[in-house]
Ligand binder design. Sequence first.
Ligand code: PEP
Length: 255
Amino acid sequence: MRKKIVAGNWKMNLQPAEGAALVRELSAETQTLQQSGVTMIVCPPLIYTAWALSDWQREGSIEVGAQNCYYETSGAYTGEVSAAMLANLGVTYCIVGHSERRSLFGESDEVVRCKTEAVVAQGMTAIVCCGETLEEREEGQEKEVVARQLREALGGVSNEQMKQIVIAYEPVWAIGTGKTASTAQAQEMHAFIRTVLAELFGGETAQDISILYGGSCKPDNAAELFACEDVDGGLIGGASLNANDFLAIANSFQN
Ligand code: PEP
């Protein structure tokens, strides 16, 4: 069964007190959202994770996710935090392969694949990001790029483990730019992603996978995006830093 999901990616934003205040505002509505079948995930900076798990979940029904992890379990990897550590702490979701990780921190498709495998092996759900740059879209390569990213990222995942995968389609040209994909562009790509998933894992599995849209998703465009047949929610950056905006987006599902 596909889940309706809104996931907030705070990136490297909000001081601890600001984060706590934001979560307090969100928690007033999360139970109602949960009753209407919407899963709300918040991915704060990694250093807030333990605190988030102990405090926020008492506040309401917010899932705590991570923005990144490392794939080795332990060892001499200064500055890194492993998927195993996150899972043992109680984290349930981890974003993998965000375009900022790929472009700013040099994450290759192979690294994304290792991280995806590590996240699912630890029993968490991986939110696997894919998406083309503006240049790639202008050259008509968007589907080829997204298909490659998915095949690489999911190469080591079994059919059974696909239950622990959520895909986020995030056209790089729409992230933090105020430019959103049109509903036609989003639906076309999401449907394409489902056909790639069907080739890899079979039609039935593909139908059950939630595919989120990300890229300047805001209260004024979320409803039309979420109404698309193959859009199952959103991965939200900037708008997840404001409680009213994030809640308005989470309330944008039609049914
Ligand atoms: C993101 O970075 O995942 C994202 C979707 O950002 P924004 O909503 O700010 O475009």
